[in-house]
Design a protein around this ligand. Structure first.
Ligand code: GLU
Length: 499
């Protein structure tokens, strides 16, 4: 028999932001589907009504799209197995519960919370596993029905056969759990709400999921899900449980380790292709190589679940930054402009991006050429380029340098020369003037350049004058929310405040 078309799903709970671990799960599912010519669907697991919020669902979808993932079935777009939100599928679950009760594969449990707690305490004292005794399994079906009809509340439990529960995991191999470790667990709470293990299994089966790829925090849930597949007589999908992601201290990655949400990476100016590349490497490697940079197409071509490692992956900022710098080098200028621009409008340094404003767009392209090689994240750009808009306050050390006899000589000669110039400064002319200052003062090297740089930018280090000067001169001609001072204006501003 031919294998069916692979079908995989990403099934997030909309109870918070999308984080590194879940984003990696989504990416691996997507890559697997793309690699195998299969289908990738999105299902929203919102049966926890207290914690689920529509805004998280919206944000999640936005984050997945930003990361470059797409799906052919899901909430909003629908599909052959709709609805794709669990809160809209309660009737389906209920029908399945009727079926299981009718076939005696599940039973009503009337035990109260206190009774269950007493049972637990007793098991604890007797050093037995603290699992449900199965007391209500013995109730005759008609008796249970009568109690239910009389209004007594009940949970529904699965009658789990006393046999090992086995499944195959592509990452870990064959896995087996003893039946009694699972016991007769709850499918539907006394509130009427079905539990995660139950609904996830029904949905995966009805949606014809062939491969369940998810975080290994779910591995202990899997035997319960296997028991449910068996109760319905459904065949098992393949499983692939992805390893835990650790922080640099080798503790499970969490908020304590700083930003881990996809939204925060986007805000920092990590490029989506860099993050996708990085997440792909968190627990997977291409065959026979140490290669680390991959385009999306290369990832699709190379990705195999068999190459996913069971050992934990450690989140490494240096590597993410390295991949981000690589992605910045590869990205088309228009994309970088689009991504970088908002950091400058936020500071009121640039107007909102308008492609018709060709002069500003071209000038900013050169600002980017100059400063992009110096950043790990796009959000660092304004700080790197700050000298264009702001003169940094002169430090005490630099002030002392300017006040020294040699420093002062350079300052006087330089400011006088700039003031005597008419028209815009060019790098060529600037060089000539610097040579004149050098000849007149006898200063050279950093004794010559540091004072001049402090006058022009407020700091004694920064980009080459050849590149900086045209940006200052041309920037000063543009109509920007914060004016860029020309060389001449800088000399005047310096004289007014420092001299
Ligand atoms: N809603 C579950 C989660 O977000 C999905 C687990 C699964 O993929 O089965 O962890």
């Amino acid at each position: 028999m031919l294998n069916p078309t692979p079908r995989v799903r990403f099934a997030p709970s909309p109870t918070g932001l999308l984080h590194v671990g879940n984003a990696r799960t989504a990416l691996y599912n997507w890559l697997f589907a793309r690699h195998t010519g299969g289908e990738f669907l999105l299902r929203i697991e919102d049966t926890d009504v207290e914690r689920s919020e529509a805004r998280y669902e919206a944000q999640l979808i936005e984050d997945l799209r930003w990361l470059g993932l797409d799906w052919t079935e899901g909430p909003q777009i629908g599909g052959p197995y709709a609805p794709y939100r669990q809160s809209e599928r309660l009737e389906i679950y209920q029908q399945h519960t009727e079926q299981l009760l009718g076939e005696d594969k599940a039973y009503r449990c009337f035990c109260t919370a206190e009774e269950l707690e007493q049972e637990r305490q007793l098991a604890l004292r007797e050093q037995r596993a603290q699992v449900y005794s199965g007391k209500c399994r013995a109730l005759a079906a008609n008796q249970a029905q009568t109690r239910a009809a009389a209004g007594e509340t009940f949970a529904v439990r699965l009658a789990v056969p006393d046999a090992p529960l086995r499944f195959h995991d592509i990452v870990r191999g064959d896995v087996e759990f003893a039946g009694e470790t699972v016991s007769d667990f709850i499918l539907v709470r006394s509130s009427g709400m079905p539990v995660y293990n139950y609904v996830v299994t029904i949905d995966d089966a009805l949606m014809r999921i062939t491969h369940v790829i998810r975080g290994d925090d779910h591995i202990s849930n899997t035997p319960r899900q296997v028991a449910i597949y068996q109760a319905f007589g459904w065949s098992l999908p393949e499983f692939a449980h992805l390893s835990t992601i650790l922080g640099s201290d080798r503790e499970r990655l969490s908020k304590r380790h700083g930003a881990t949400s996809i939204a925060s990476f986007r805000e920092m100016g990590i490029l989506p292709q860099a993050l996708a590349n990085y997440l792909a490497l968190l627990g997977w490697g291409a065959e026979g190589g140490t290669r680390e940079t991959f385009t999306r197409e290369e990832l699709i071509a190379e990705f195999k679940l068999e190459r996913v490692t069971p050992s934990p992956a450690v989140f490494d900022w240096d590597k993410l930054h390295w991949l981000n710098r690589h992605a910045i080098k590869q990205a088309p200028p228009a994309e970088l402009r689009q991504l970088a621009w908002p950091y400058f409008t936020a500071r009121q340094w640039l107007p909102p991006l308008s492609p018709e404003d060709a002069a500003v767009v071209q000038w900013f392209a050169r600002v980017l050429d100059l400063f992009l090689p110096a950043v790990d994240q796009l959000q660092q750009l304004p700080e790197k380029a700050a000298a264009l808009w702001n003169l940094a306050p002169v430090t005490q050390e630099d002030a002392a340098l300017l006040a020294s006899e040699a420093g002062e000589r350079v300052v006087r000669a330089f400011t006088a020369k700039i003031r005597a110039e008419a028209g815009a400064m060019t790098p060529q002319r600037f060089k000539e003037l610097m040579n004149e200052v050098k000849a007149e003062t006898g200063a050279k090297g950093k004794d010559l350049f540091h004072p001049v740089r402090i006058i022009l930018t407020g700091a004694h280090s920064g980009p080459e004058f050849d590149k900086l000067i045209p940006l200052l001169e041309e920037g000063s001609q543009l109509d920007l929310p914060t004016h860029v001072l020309s060389v001449r204006e800088r000399v005047e501003a310096f004289s007014a405040t420092v001299l």
